[in-house]
Design a protein around this ligand. Structure first.
Ligand code: ZN
Length: 223
């Protein structure tokens, strides 16, 4: 999907010192190039047709500007396709000898499920154990957004965030927990309003060391 108002993705000119980021097949970090570029008004036309097929009259006053609004809104909600981790992290990686767990809890997260294109939302908890490098704390939410603002499944989103942090920092370990509710479950299908989906991705010491894992999961579940 391509939106005319999105900046065209120029080549990133990745340098060799971050091999992990240079392999989109491995980590999905790179800005994705659209397979097809929409012509002017093409996306709006599709939304208008969708309204007709739903039995609506796209010409009535309340709907007249809806195709344009939906196009802009979807472009915003999927803006992660136009960004990549390298770009949002910038130069906010610092040499530091700190060796204990660093954790940011309760990072707000909004995404859209790729099966129904309906929102899912909740919180991400991220922790890592540095190995000589730390990242500016405000960058963790921005890494979440790079991947959340694409069509997703919660499982992959969790893994992609963990892998991105691993690639950027090469830490001794990283853990990501996401708890989210899915409108595709709440509004349709099983109509389960109160069920939360929890996913986790554990790497390095978070996977290998039971004490580290327990500490992280205890902190993550304290909400
Ligand atoms: Zn869904």
């Amino acid at each position: 999907m391509y939106f005319a108002n999105r900046q065209s993705g120029a080549s990133l000119g990745l340098s060799e010192n971050s091999p992990g980021l240079a392999d989109p097949a491995r980590n999905g970090n790179l800005r994705l190039e659209p397979a097809t570029r929409a012509g002017p008004g093409e996306f709006e036309g599709l939304v208008r047709r969708q309204l007709e097929l739903l039995g609506e009259n796209p010409e009535r006053e309340g709907l007249r500007n809806t195709p344009e609004r939906v196009t802009k809104s979807l472009s915003w909600l999927t803006r992660g396709y136009g960004t990549d981790v390298r770009e949002v992290v910038g130069d906010a990686v610092f040499e530091e000898s700190h060796e204990s767990m660093v954790m940011v809890r309760d990072i707000e997260l909004y995404s859209m499920c790729e099966h129904h294109m309906l929102p899912f939302f909740g919180k991400a908890h991220i922790a890592y154990i540095p190995d000589g490098k730390i990242i500016g704390l405000s960058k963790l939410p921005r890494i979440v957004d790079v991947f959340a603002h694409r069509l997703q499944v919660q499982e992959r989103l969790t893994e992609e965030i963990a892998r991105a942090i691993e690639d950027v920092l090469a830490p001794r370990g990283v853990g990501v927990v996401i708890e989210a509710v899915h409108l595709c479950m709440m509004m349709r299908g099983v109509e389960k309003q109160n069920s939360k989906t929890i996913t986790s991705a554990l790497r390095g010491e978070f996977r290998e060391c039971p004490m580290t894992r327990d500490e992280f999961l205890r902190l993550a579940n304290r909400g």
